[in-house]
Design a protein around this ligand. Structure first.
Ligand SMILES: Cc1cc2nc3c(=O)[nH]c(=O)nc-3n(C[C@H](O)[C@H](O)[C@H](O)COP(=O)(O)OP(=O)(O)OC[C@H]3O[C@@H](n4cnc5c(N)ncnc54)[C@H](O)[C@@H]3O)c2cc1C
Ligand SMILES: NC(=O)c1ccc[n+]([C@@H]2O[C@H](COP(=O)([O-])OP(=O)(O)OC[C@H]3O[C@@H](n4cnc5c(N)ncnc54)[C@H](O)[C@@H]3O)[C@@H](O)[C@H]2O)c1
Length: 456
């Protein structure tokens, strides 16, 4: 039995940073990782996918070059080997940096292997046992594969395996029209594949407001991506080398299939029952406001606790636990204002409540909208799709949430995110003098345009 002050299960976006903080304070810690340091973000998520999105954007810019008076040759073609190499290089660079930093820390032992609880404060990896008074679970999530008849018998891609694809699909069928499905769908369309999205629900990006979902659908259709909504997959089969997806409406024939219908927490093979750690009905580890599990001294951080599904929420989980355990602070997960981006082009930047969520929470709303076709910067760049939307509490005039679906939306949303964190009143914000020409410069205009929203 190896004894430590703290053990970390999984080296995602929270554990390495907390392990390093504790080690810097003299603690002896074990960081157990079954695959790659850095977890999903570095190896199969944000970093490689945003590298691929950059390749796809470059192809699009090249195709549109003549609109800007630039001649770029005749036909745009994409070398998928170079594309995959780029994504791999970005991942290897980030993983290598993390590995050399962690290896340089004196009291951090990195253990490679699958960890399982064998007792309340004891885990095993292969034949070795490790115990500590404090255990931090940061095991993340993996692609969920639905139980569709025939799916197991055909070759299919997930968000992890598609990153390394070195061929251009003739026709990519994407199952699921949410964050993962939409980013890959547009990217592959721009690489040159024919793309069909099959979504079970009535709209794409269904967590967003109706107007945002509709505008996203328009953007995708503009790229000639076929959207099949309210489409239930009944079975999947093969015809020669092709894949056939049979639905309640039609049958789609494609060369490749990407399954992007959600993610599943990596909690089913952790021996949590042996430690008495509670799970909810979706398999997420139940945590309180301080990210403590049902067992004293055991914490769950990142995607596996169901309180966030982003790299920055996982990292913020580290910040919350570190502040409370090491700095004598009292930080709660419910205090954070969540922002995120959907990296289609143009991107969607989001923060706080959507209109639907704000209404459900009982607020009276003031809303303002502005199409990107009325944003100077967007016009100058020739990227006028999308719109901006601001939602405020009609009683207090404080901002409840915002969406910027448009060029630079992933960056411009931060001015609103910062204002919300400062709890600034809209009356103060409208006096800010923004830089021209930017997308952000329209934020004071949006504030000035806030108007009561009446609902029938
Ligand atoms: C395609 C894709 C694109 C994404 N894009 C974005 C984006 O642009 N922005 C964003 O914010 N988020 C994005 N995300 C989400 C983001 O990647 C995750 O929210 C984030 O990585 C979660 O981090 P985590 O710390 O919870 O766990 P993870 O990063 O998933 O790490 C968990 C680690 O635990 C290890 N592990 C699991 N079980 C065990 C075990 N029993 N023993 C030992 N080790 C174990 C795993 O191997 C893994 O390394 C994307 C996700 C995907 C799939
Ligand atoms: N830009 C980002 O920050 C980013 C990018 C990618 C992923 N992520 C994270 O990854 C998580 C998972 O994303 P996701 O897109 O896989 O899942 P999701 O849970 O957001 O959406 C799954 C979609 O698949 C549909 N669906 C489910 N079963 C289906 C079926 N049988 N046939 C057709 N459609 C079906 C659902 O209706 C839904 O629209 C997100 O919650 C997000 O936090 C973030």
């Amino acid at each position: 039995m190896k004894k430590y002050d703290a053990i970390f299960l999984g080296a995602g976006q929270a554990a390495p940073f907390l392990a390093a903080r504790m080690a810097a304070m003299g603690a002896k810690v074990a960081l157990i990782e079954r695959k790659y340091l850095g977890g999903t973000c570095v190896n199969a998520g944000c970093m490689p996918t945003k590298t691929l999105v950059a390749c796809a954007k470059t192809a699009e810019v090249a195709r549109r070059a003549s609109e800007f008076g630039v001649s770029s040759g005749i036909n745009v073609s994409v070398d998928m080997n170079v594309v995959a190499d780029r994504a791999e290089a970005v991942t290897l660079h980030a993983r290598g940096g993390l590995a050399s930093w962690l290896n340089s820390l004196q009291t951090v032992d990195i253990v490679y292997g699958h960890a399982r609880f064998i007792g309340e404060k004891t885990v095993s990896v292969d034949s070795e046992c490790y115990c500590a008074p404090q255990i931090f679970i940061n095991v993340g999530a993996r692609p969920y594969i639905p139980d569709v008849p025939g799916l197991a018998t055909v070759p299919h891609l997930t968000s992890s395996s598609i990153i390394a694809l070195r061929e251009l699909p003739r026709h990519l069928i994407v199952l699921g029209g949410s964050y993962i499905g939409l980013e890959f769908a547009q990217m592959y369309r721009r690489f040159g594949a024919e793309v069909t999205i099959i979504e079970r629900g009535p709209r794409v990006a269904s967590r967003e407001d109706l107007d945002i979902s509709a505008a996203i659908a328009d953007i995708l259709r503009q790229d000639q991506i076929e959207l099949l909504l309210q489409c239930d997959v009944t079975s999947i089969g093969k015809l020669d080398d092709d894949i056939l997806v049979h639905t309640n409406k039609t049958t789609i024939r494609g060369s490749h299939l990407l399954v992007a219908v959600g993610r599943k927490p990596n909690t089913d093979d952790l021996g949590l029952e042996r430690a008495g750690i509670d799970l909810d009905r979706h398999g997420y580890i139940v945590v309180n406001e301080h990210l403590q599990t049902s067992v004293d001294g055991v914490y769950a951080l990142g995607d596996c606790n169901g309180r966030g599904a982003f790299t920055h929420t996982s990292y913020n989980d580290f910040e919350i636990v570190a502040a409370n355990l090491l700095d004598g602070d009292d930080r709660k997960v419910s205090d954070r204002i969540v922002g995120y981006a959907l990296y289609i082009d143009p991107p969607l930047g989001r923060v706080g409540l959507s209109e639907q969520q704000a209404l459900k929470a009982g607020y009276r709303l003031k809303i303002s909208r502005r199409p990107m076709s009325k944003v100077g910067r967007a016009i100058e760049k020739g990227e006028v799709l999308g719109f901006m939307k601001l939602i405020a509490d009609a009683e207090t005039d404080r901002i409840l949430g915002a969406a910027i679906l448009g060029t630079g939306g992933d960056e411009a949303i931060h001015s609103i995110l910062t204002a919300m964190n400062l709890q600034a009143a809209t009356s103060e914000l409208k006096w800010a003098v923004p830089i021209h020409p930017t997308v952000s410069e329209l934020v004071p205009t949006l504030i000035g345009d806030l108007a009561y929203q009446e609902y029938a």
